[in-house]
Write a protein that binds this ligand. Structure first.
Ligand SMILES: Nc1ncnc2c1ncn2[C@@H]1O[C@H](COP(=O)(O)OP(=O)(O)OP(=O)(O)O)[C@@H](O)[C@H]1O
Length: 522
């Protein structure tokens, strides 16, 4: 049920009370965002709004989602029509009525500067976009600027109002210390150019900063007793994200000794859970690594270690869709079955009861089944897999996963491959890129092969709430050090300024080292 469906399941008075209760608990920077948005809503209502663009900058855990949720409840109370979305379904799912941006704005899957949305004035999407007064878009660092520019053009066209985003209130939030838009084969300059901060629209956004990490210092007993250590972790993460931790000339930074793994990482992360058959604990632990090949290796190894649990192998049906009549001859089934790409489940899907799996497609975002949702296998049938949610509000809730037909990504093969399979893969391990937006109880970071892009190390370290939930495997050569790539051009001006102040203290060497790191990446 969304904002636009007839029978709203909420009562505006209750929602207003809920929003106000959350608002009372806000820290001052969050409150400033809410007051500003409410002022903009007043301007919108009395027809004086000329620019409703707002950016909420917040490192992970600083309460962006909490702020969006508060705003949504207040807007429900005020009967203001809003839409919440994110680039990835998993992030959209954390907000009330959250959807993917593709669904919300009718975006095409492949985009460039000339792309257009399929939302026509008379279509359902078009009508809803016209009616919407406030948009909230999360995880903005992953969004290519073309998407935002396309939305701006579409809203101007639909509303016939020549103001940014057609005179709507357009709130974006995120953290540019995190991974940037993913674009195959794009280098540093191209990725930076793709970022929303490089769009002409960027200058319209009023910037608000949230800087208190509320995830690491929650109001529970554990956080209260460990508060100084937790705060130290939050500050270290921020310094890492801003590129303020001194690095050696290859860009490697020292990490605290206590988190360095000196044993086999798989043993260290999963050994005890496997020995105790504690599958609940096990499924909430994940090893994060840099490449898909390494993910497959690690998943296979952990599955092997889990002794005699019931196992099933599901084989996919792979077919080719091409106008080229010889395709089937050129590409025999063995070749199709051997094909793997990150968006597809494998041909041979080997699962055990209690294995954690991750969804590869948005099956039903409104029920929490998004690309990136983590589940635990409970029962394996021939045509269905029974799973339960591992984390979040739905923990323990049961769901049935059917087989579906998935299609290979555009341009990856000279033809389109259709694979009929359960849309899941094992997730004892996942790539750091895939983990963006996930909260993980305990993470092993497999950084023997170093990270290769902006924000990867920061995303990996910031998935957990405290130092004690991390184990990091570094390379033999760089014992106790990990590579930290920070492209300062995408950070906001103040972060760079603070950085400059700090780096004056840190010494000239750091700057030279960063320069050398940059030239290496280029
Ligand atoms: N003012 C607040 N009062 C109480 N709890 C809060 C407040 N702000 C945030 N929190 C809690 O802190 C935790 C982190 O907040 P939240 O998920 O909103 O952060 P975030 O910035 O969206 O993080 P991420 O970018 O990693 O998703 C959540 O459990 C949230 O409920």
């Amino acid at each position: 049920m969304t904002e636009f469906e007839n029978e709203k399941p909420w009562d505006p008075v209750e929602e207003m009370a809920r929003g106000n209760a959350m608002r009372r608990d806000m820290y001052p920077a969050q409150e400033r965002v809410v007051s500003f948005v409410l002022k903009k809503i007043e301007e919108l209502k009395n027809g004086t709004l000329t620019n409703g663009c707002i950016f909420i900058d917040g490192p992970g855990g600083c309460g962006k989602t909490y702020t969006y949720r508060t705003l949504c409840y207040l807007m429900r109370g005020m009967e203001i029509k809003y839409k919440t979305s994110a680039w990835m379904g998993i992030a959209g799912n954390l907000m009330p009525d959250g959807r993917t941006m593709h669904k919300t704005f009718g975006l095409p899957f492949e985009m460039d500067s000339t792309s257009s949305s399929n939302a026509k004035p008379n279509s359902q999407t078009g009508k809803e976009l016209i009616e919407t007064q406030v948009f909230i878009v999360d995880e903005i660092s992953m969004v290519p600027k073309y998407a935002i520019e396309l939305i701006d053009r579409k809203l101007r066209e639909l509303t016939e109002i020549d103001l940014p985003f057609g005179g709507k209130i357009f709130i974006i939030g995120g953290d540019f210390r995190q991974i940037l838009p993913v674009e195959k084969k794009a280098g540093r300059n191209e990725l930076i150019a793709l970022s929303v901060v490089r769009s002409n629209l960027w200058e319209n956004f009023e910037v608000f900063r949230l800087a208190e990490n509320r995830r690491v210092v929650q109001n529970d007993e554990e956080s209260r007793t460990n508060r100084p250590v937790r705060e130290n972790f939050a500050q270290w993460l921020l310094k890492m994200g801003n590129g303020k931790i001194p690095a050696d000339k290859e860009g490697y930074i020292k990490i605290p000794d206590a988190v360095v793994s000196r044993r086999d990482l798989v043993e260290e992360v999963f050994g005890e859970c496997i020995a105790n058959k504690d599958f609940d604990l096990l499924s909430r632990r994940v090893i994060l690594t840099t490449t898909n090949e390494r993910v497959h290796e690690l998943n296979a190894r952990v599955l092997e270690l889990i002794g005699d649990e019931e196992e099933k192998i599901y084989l996919s049906v792979d077919t080719v869709d091409s106008n080229e009549p010889n395709t089937v001859i050129n590409y025999p089934p063995e070749f199709l079955h051997s094909y793997n790409e990150s968006g597809l489940p494998p041909h041979e899907l080997k699962l055990k009861v209690n294995s954690p799996v991750i969804l590869k497609r948005n099956l039903n975002p409104s029920t929490g089944l998004c690309n990136g949702t983590r589940l635990r296998v409970k029962c394996m049938h021939q045509h269905l897999i029974e799973c339960e949610f591992i984390i979040g509000e739905r923990t323990g809730q049961k769901v049935l996963i059917p087989r579906i037909t998935l299609t290979s990504g555009k341009g990856n093969l000279p033809f389109v491959l259709h694979r009929r399979q359960f849309p899941v893969t094992l997730c004892y391990a996942m790539t750091i890129n895939k983990s963006q937006g996930q909260t993980i109880d305990f993470a092993g970071l497999d950084l023997e092969t170093s990270v290769f892009s902006h924000g990867m190390a920061y995303v990996a370290f910031s998935r957990v709430r405290a130092w004690e939930y991390l184990r990091v495997k570094t390379s033999e050569e760089k014992q106790g050090k990990v590579k930290n790539i920070v492209w300062k051009e995408v950070l906001l001006a103040d972060d760079n300024q603070n950085q400059n102040q700090t780096s004056q203290n840190v010494s000239q060497t750091t700057r030279e080292e960063t320069q050398s790191q940059r030239s290496q990446e280029l």
